[in-house]
Design a protein around this ligand. Sequence first.
Ligand SMILES: [Zn+2]
Length: 120
Amino acid sequence: MKGETALLARIASGHCKVGAYFLKMHIDAPDAPIACPCGTIDIQTIVHVISDCPITDPARHLIENEDGDVDLATLFTDKIDSFLKWLKATHSFTRRFGEALGPVSPRQGASDLVGFSVVD
Ligand SMILES: [Zn+2]
């Protein structure tokens, strides 16, 4: 959980592995792409990865509210458990982003996470 807490802090501050940050910090490296690997956006942003990216779409129901929207303000509070599961499944803001998603519970019964472990 220590690593997750550190990652959350970096996401909250914007200092995480995301294209907009690499651009801002003038980081130019093969493992620091500015564009999102999904190919739909030239400058990858945190909001894009969380709310819009097709790569994370299969797991988005984990962090959506009842209206089907993602409220960024609740991800670090009310939805923190779901957000951690989403981060783990999608590899967002890590070097592994763009790889196949981890197991994600189906939209129906999202609280019953069959085949998904949050234990490290
Ligand atoms: Zn994307």
